[in-house]
Design a protein around this ligand. Structure first.
Ligand code: PLP
Length: 400
């Protein structure tokens, strides 16, 4: 039982425990399904992990060298709250060239501590308590908690393998209420690898324009698109003014530990996000900003080479799991496979625990990505080919 705040302040004879001081909305947030699972994995020997959500590649050397060189030059202070101007200019040039998006570096781009911070700022900057945020599920584990922490109300829209995990405009339309304020998108999607074409996004954009929804689009996997070229909803007619575009360096440039990302949006929205960022964070680390600049200036070839490796691994894994009789949507982007294991008669949790216990292969239960992930597991192919070969063999023994 938790004491209400009022009783903590009064001269109640009951002594509060430290837990009683925790805010109700924080206490209500469930522990991450992935974290619990990987605590078990960490205590086991000889496990092949397909559970990790980060590149197995080390950050390319020239990018690490740029970080070292920044330190050598004594770059150890704060930067502008918005981030280094030369980095914001490079981001603007990159988005103009590869995404047909135009943002003004001095007022419309904010450099953040990963997409994680950018998402948190975006939600906190726009939500009033109780505002609804609609998002497609299965989805990245942090969406629902991030919405709750910003005092919003999370509304999941289930996507299905039969629809290639795309968001259907009818599903969006049916979920809209007078409290709906934001649509949160993530294409290519973690954990499904689903993508949406420009024409499909236009149908979603139409609903957003009709209902005045603000779109927050997390395009962290956009460079890792294997089918058609990536399309951003922010580039569609009438969408730039109602979209907060989020991107970062963690995935495509293998820079997770640098913790660097950015948000782009019309100036009033960036200004609102900046007000939170300047008091909470001040600025993203300068060394990481220098490294990110190098990634944008000279990192494209390395990024393309890594993407080709992911593509080969994806092809191998899709083929391997289909040979074992598992139904498997071929992901169009990111570096995850989301095979359907329901034919085994096991729940996604039972499957993942059984596979770990009997064959020492770690995959993530689909339910870690929301209830609609039941029946599937997530396998990351940000793992070396040799490991993938052994993993497929072991999964074969397990399902056999
Ligand atoms: C969809 C999605 N968004 C954001 C993040 C976090 O990115 P960052 O490292 O830039 O904070 C992840 C990490 O797995 C992700 O999968």
């Amino acid at each position: 039982m938790h004491l209400p705040i009022s009783s903590l302040a009064s001269s109640s004879p009951v002594n509060p425990t430290p837990n009683d001081y925790v805010a109700d909305h924080v206490r209500a947030i469930p522990r991450s399904g992935i974290r619990d699972f990987f605590e078990i994995v960490q205590n086991m020997q000889g496990v092949i992990s397909l559970g990790i959500g980060e590149p197995d590649f080390v950050t390319p050397w020239h990018i690490r060298e740029a970080a070292i060189y920044a330190l050598e030059r004594g770059k150890t202070g704060y930067t502008s709250n918005l981030g280094l101007m030369k980095l914001r200019e490079a981001i603007a040039a990159y988005l103009a060239e590869d995404y047909t998006l135009e943002y003004e570096p001095s007022t419309e781009i904010l450099v953040t501590v990963g997409v994680s911070e950018a998402l948190d700022l975006a939600l906190r900057a726009v939500l009033n308590p109780g505002d609804e945020v609609l998002y497609h599920e299965p989805c990245y584990v942090s969406y629902s908690p991030s919405i709750a922490l910003a005092h919003g109300h999370a509304v999941a829209l289930h996507t299905r393998e039969a629809d290639e995990f795309k968001l259907r405009p009818e599903a969006l339309r049916a979920a809209i209420t007078p409290r709906s304020k934001v649509l949160l998108l993530n294409f290519p999607t973690n954990p499904t690898g689903g993508v949406m074409t420009a024409a499909e996004l236009e149908e979603i954009a139409k609903v957003c324009r009709e209902h005045n929804l603000l779109v927050i689009t997390d395009e962290i996997y956009s460079e890792l698109s294997y089918a058609e070229p990536h399309a951003s909803i922010a580039s569609l007619p009438g969408m730039r003014e109602r979209t907060i575009f989020l991107h970062g360096f963690s995935k495509a440039f293998a820079m997770t530990g640098f913790r660097i990302g950015y948000a782009c949006a019309p100036a009033p929205l960036i200004d609102a996000m900046m007000r939170i960022h300047q008091y909470g964070i001040l600025c993203a680390p300068i060394v990481s900003q220098e490294a990110a600049l190098e990634a944008l200036r000279h990192g494209k070839q390395g990024m393309i080479a890594m993407r080709e490796q992911y593509r080969l691994r994806r092809n191998f894994l899709v083929h391997g799991l289909r040979q074992l009789g598992l139904s498997c949507f071929e992901p169009r982007g990111a570096f995850y496979l989301f095979p359907n294991i329901s034919a085994t008669g096991k729940s996604s949790h039972e499957f993942a625990m059984g596979l770990l216990k009997h064959e020492k292969v770690a995959v993530v239960p689909g339910t870690a990505f929301g209830p609609s992930g039941e029946g599937c597991v997530r396998c990351s192919y940000a793992t070396g080919m040799e490991q993938l070969e052994i993993a497929v063999e072991r999964i074969g023994r397990f399902v056999g």
